[in-house]
Write a protein that binds this ligand. Sequence first.
Ligand SMILES: *Cc1c(COP(=O)(O)O)cnc(C)c1O
Length: 298
Amino acid sequence: MLLFQHTSPPIDALQFAFLAEKKIQLHVLRLDAIHLEISGNKWYKLKEYLKEATQLNKKTIVTFGGAYSNHIAATAAACNQFHFESLGIIRGEKPALLSPTLLDAQNYGMKLFFISRKEYDHIKTNPGLIPGYDDNWYVINEGGYGVIGMHGAASILQFKGFDKYTHICTAVGTGTTMAGLISASEIKQQIIGISVLKNNFQLQKLIQHLVPFKNNYHLVHDYCFGGYAKKTVELMNFINMWYQQTNIPTDFVYTGKLFYAINDMIKKSFFKNGSVVLIVHSGGLQGNRSLTEGTLIF
Ligand SMILES: *Cc1c(COP(=O)(O)O)cnc(C)c1O
């Protein structure tokens, strides 16, 4: 397992005729390959929070998410591995059948607390209102948003040769991962963020709040495919086609939209000839378990 070694994640170099034509190099940083459960960017965000929780002698980690949340999945697995108790505040009433994500979380020892969608939005910003709230809890924001998560995400770029990339591309939810990439980047590099939420124009501010002194980035709002966790036939076809052609599996909530966008932007000449582009594959494959069986070919 790469997780506890100081080994860099693998990087794939893609070969397509349209890349050669434009003299564009396209590489993929495979954070999906670091760990089966604590996958992708979620691990990078979490590790600094867990470090602080340890320093503060906290025993219980509390966080928030939906029934298929990658953040809940990663937090439960990491807490199990590092011997924290964990509590997941889950958006929506308790269903008759738990999702595979929540079953896994439970198996890792996470206690689940379900809360109506309306109350969820209120409680996630006021954790003191959670029934049984305890000062000894260590509360992590939904999606791991925050400066500490950003510092963790910055270490995604701690590998030899990261400075050769002209562009570094990532999927964007809370913006924490993108802020980490921005903070770790050199000013000559551009960080491209593909937002997976519909018209989430407050992202700019959220990112600015985390990295106030840099503006070498660009947010793209054109590839959300209808909104968060929404999908179209075109997106699903792309995900299958992409897997066939590159052997890289993606998820339909984040990375499928990211790869679709970058592929499209290259074809539409967003990137100058000679660009050296890195796509950060942020993992999230476990979320595909919400799809009807047979939708994907992997
Ligand atoms: C959570 C997540 C993101 C978004 O990360 P943020 O730091 O919230 O912007 C991107 N990709 C995957 C696979 C994720 O699970």
